[in-house]
Design a binder for this molecule. Sequence first.
Ligand SMILES: CC(C)(COP(=O)(O)OP(=O)(O)OC[C@H]1O[C@@H](n2cnc3c(N)ncnc32)[C@H](O)[C@@H]1OP(=O)(O)O)[C@@H](O)C(=O)NCCC(=O)NCCS
Length: 181
Amino acid sequence: MRRRRAQHIASEDLRKEDPSQQDDSLPPVHWYQVKVRREFFMTIRKATVADADSLYILNQLFGNTTTVDDIKQSLIENHCEIVSIAFVDNKPVAFCSGIIIQSFCYRSPRMDIEALYVRDEFRKQGVGRALLRCLEKEARILGIHHFHILTHALNVSGQALYEKCGYAKTGEVLFEKTVVE
Ligand SMILES: CC(C)(COP(=O)(O)OP(=O)(O)OC[C@H]1O[C@@H](n2cnc3c(N)ncnc32)[C@H](O)[C@@H]1OP(=O)(O)O)[C@@H](O)C(=O)NCCC(=O)NCCS
């Protein structure tokens, strides 16, 4: 029998303000409490500088090389990027990031999903889907309704997740180039 689906951000009241945030002058760090498969609860919230060590480890597991200081600096300075991080029992298990793209060419901004990573042992339990939907929700609050995701043609799990989340394949082709000085 098919396992019961996760309760993916079923209602608006899953979105709460971060109770730990004391300073009223700062915008709230939103967080979500999401029940996923295997009956565990996961907390998803926007990452802060205090999460740099956790993001460093998750990003390394994802296969990217950077430093904790780079991550801290990026979280402070890059206002076009929204980074979300997910915890189960206070353990960081997944993250995703979206870049806000705004251009004179388009009437409204879009978000490019830059990265989405779930630790091996937490996969196929609804974590990736929940994280992506929370990021979309944060983007919608900012007036963003259009999303792009680039993934490898051989990435079966990534493509399965995106299709399940309502994304449709396009015919675009990626060209890239590295210029060596
Ligand atoms: C891709 C990734 C984020 C998926 O995360 P996840 O938490 O396992 O995904 P979910 O459990 O939320 O799955 C969502 C849907 O995709 C499907 N899916 C996920 N992985 C799948 C796989 N390997 N094969 C087939 N379907 C898969 C799930 O079955 C689910 O569909 P369902 O709700 O109908 O059952 C995770 O595998 C990962 O971190 N991979 C390495 C990094 C990566 O490739 N990131 C994406 C490219 S940037």
